[in-house]
Design a protein around this ligand. Structure first.
Ligand code: ZN
Length: 209
């Protein structure tokens, strides 16, 4: 999808139908390593790859685009937008694009993780209310309304004079946190019973200030 949006040309010569080890699509592929391959001979992620014959031109293109590995991005059939600022990603998540789309939240850093994510990311979102976000190599379900409430709740807590740390929000406040930070009794219950440990909540907290 990204390669299509970026208008990456298909190779002119289309040989026998082979299968890509990253995206699983059929078509011409290149060997994965070696002098004429996509990755250097020191590339050691072969066990993480799917069955197949090599890497297709789309995935070869993606592997060379450092921005798609380093940053968040949102892709639609109209194009792909690299997102470097956290508030911009919140805007996308609270007001997703129309039509088929996907979004990646950049969590880790190594290429293997991102590559795994591309293997996982075979499904496009079609809903703007309930969708999946690619978070490195797994997907996290997002309910837009609920996510909006999480962002508002987190921002409210973080705007206080004795604002709770992000750690205490993500993992749930300890007894010590309660005496140190401005957290109400109902808020503590909500954090502990409903939110702690949830991936969508963790991401909401990481994205707010
Ligand atoms: Zn591919």
């Amino acid at each position: 999808m990204i390669a299509d949006a970026d208008s990456v040309p298909e190779p002119a010569i289309v040989p026998v139908d082979e299968m890509c080890m990253i995206c699983g699509l059929g078509g011409p592929v290149k060997p994965i390593t070696g002098t004429n391959g996509v990755f250097s001979a020191s590339f050691t992620t072969d066990p993480e790859l799917d069955a197949g014959d090599g890497v297709c031109w789309r995935c070869e293109y993606l592997a060379g685009q450092m921005d798609y590995r380093r940053y968040h991005w949102v892709a639609t059939s109209d194009g792909i937008e690299v997102i470097k600022e956290r508030p911009e990603l919140i805007d996308v998540l609270l007001d997703p694009p129309e039509g088929p789309w996907m979004v990646q939240y950049k969590d880790g850093s190594d290429f293997l993780t991102v590559l795994n994510g591309w293997i996982v990311a075979q499904r496009l979102n079609t809903s703007r209310q309930h969708y999946r976000m690619l978070v490195d190599k797994h997907t996290v379900g997002i309910d837009r309304q609920e996510f909006a409430e999480m962002v508002a709740f987190g921002r409210d807590l973080r705007s206080r004079e004795d604002a709770p740390s992000k750690r205490s929000l993500i993992h749930g406040p300890t007894a010590g946190d309660l005496s140190r930070y401005d957290i109400g009794r109902d808020e503590y219950r909500h954090l502990t019973n409903d939110l702690a440990g949830r991936e969508d909540w963790r991401i909401a907290v990481q994205l707010i200030d």
